[in-house]
Write a protein that binds this ligand. Structure first.
Ligand code: FA5
Length: 353
């Protein structure tokens, strides 16, 4: 039987050496290792062997079984390497090359100026302990208007011309619209956390408006909200001034004037001295020398209640920063439409494309 086992192994290695594909090797493996394979057949003869013979045949059979297994694996590995080498020979990639298009071509991607400034503002607020929230573009009337103290038929709804959907209604059963401001996330933020908290929420907003040098139909806002005990206008002014100083790297001239937004009381418009014309008057500031950048105010108690907050115990501030106008002031861009256009000559100035 020992001789039979040696012959079996010799036959196996001879067959293996002729094979050149992984599937043939796997077939040979199941032929030899399977229950009906030649090894099992030889071992069936064990019952007729003497105890002495059995003591020798057992270890020998095991050794051959192990050898067959490791020979198969070595052959499969070898075939795999050969296959990879053949592919590389057909389609070589030299990862050590530095003198190629990808490395030396300066026209690689970059961040759009809106994305870049958004990330910068996010970093400033993160460093002051604010969270960052997100919300849907398609909203319902509750989050965009009602919960923000703008009931149906309230004239304030006309302040933000709305794109309505004339299709299936959203989950709440209310009419669907494209959010006109990021203030929708005030409500979502309040409903999902307990005071005290502070967060910002950047994103695209949509208004059915005529475009001009400072107005687009799709633009970007960054909402901010802080709710706690004894939050004051002084806190609001502190955070706004810190933001502007960090963004413009200098003390920008600001003015706070009363502003009406149903969701804040009192409400303010924080304007900055126009950095395009330095206050002389231009199309961006509509010849006033000031640019409206940051409407803000103390959150109206009705809004706190709509967000599930006890307005007797807590108060807060909110603001809605216009990111497009911030980019315009930062880089001296005199028409918002450049920012959203596809003119590569413009984009390249910011390292995009
Ligand atoms: C609002 O949208 C309020 N939700 C902001 C707010 C939040 C007030 C929290 C109080 C508390 P307003 O409509 O003024 O407000 O827009 C806010 C900012 O978005 C403006 O200051 C301006 O920078 C920018 N903005 C408004 N309309 C346009 C537009 N058509 N194109 C580009 N930027 C715009």
């Amino acid at each position: 039987m020992i001789a039979q086992l040696d012959k079996l192994y010799a036959d196996f290695t001879a067959k293996l050496s002729t094979l050149s594909t992984q599937s043939d090797v796997l077939n040979l493996k199941s032929e030899y290792m399977g229950k009906k394979g030649p090894l099992t057949e030889v071992l069936k003869g064990l019952k007729d062997a003497t105890p002495d013979e059995r003591q020798k045949i057992g270890p020998k059979a095991n050794e051959i079984k192990q050898n067959i297994g490791s020979d198969i694996q070595a052959k499969l590995d070898g075939l795999e390497v050969a296959e990879i080498n053949a592919k590389l020979a057909l389609d070589p990639i030299d990862t050590t090359i530095t003198d190629n298009v990808l490395v030396n071509d300066p026209k690689h991607g970059g961040l759009h100026p809106i994305t870049a400034i958004q990330q910068e503002v996010e970093d400033i607020f993160l460093s002051m302990g604010f969270d960052i929230l997100d919300g849907p573009h398609v909203e319902d009337e509750f989050h965009n208007f009602e919960a923000l103290n703008i009931p149906a038929d309230h004239p304030a709804r006309d302040m933000q011309d709305t794109f309505w959907f004339h299709g299936p209604e959203v989950e709440s059963g209310k009419k669907a619209l494209l959010r006109t401001h990021t203030s929708t996330i005030q409500i979502r933020g309040m409903m999902s956390r307990k005071p005290p908290f502070k967060f910002i929420a950047p994103g695209k907003v949509f208004r059915c408006e005529r475009t001009d040098a400072s107005h687009e139909m799709v633009f970007h806002q960054l909402e901010g909200m802080m709710v706690g005990k004894d939050v004051s206008v002084a806190n609001l002014i502190y955070f706004m001034k810190t933001l502007l100083r960090e963004i413009f790297k200098t003390d920008v001239e600001v003015r706070l004037r009363p502003g009406f937004f149903p969701f804040v009381e009192p409400g303010f418009e924080l304007d900055i001295r126009c950095l395009i014309c330095k206050g002389e008057g231009c199309s961006v500031c509509k010849q006033t020398g000031w640019v409206e950048l940051l409407p803000c105010g103390m959150v109206h108690p009705n809004v706190l209640r709509a967000g599930g907050i006890n307005s007797d115990e807590y108060n807060g501030f909110a603001f809605g920063l216009g990111l497009d106008r911030l980019v315009m002031m930062r880089y001296g861009i005199d028409d918002i439409r450049h920012i959203h256009g596809a003119d590569l000559r413009f984009m390249r100035q910011f390292g995009a494309y």
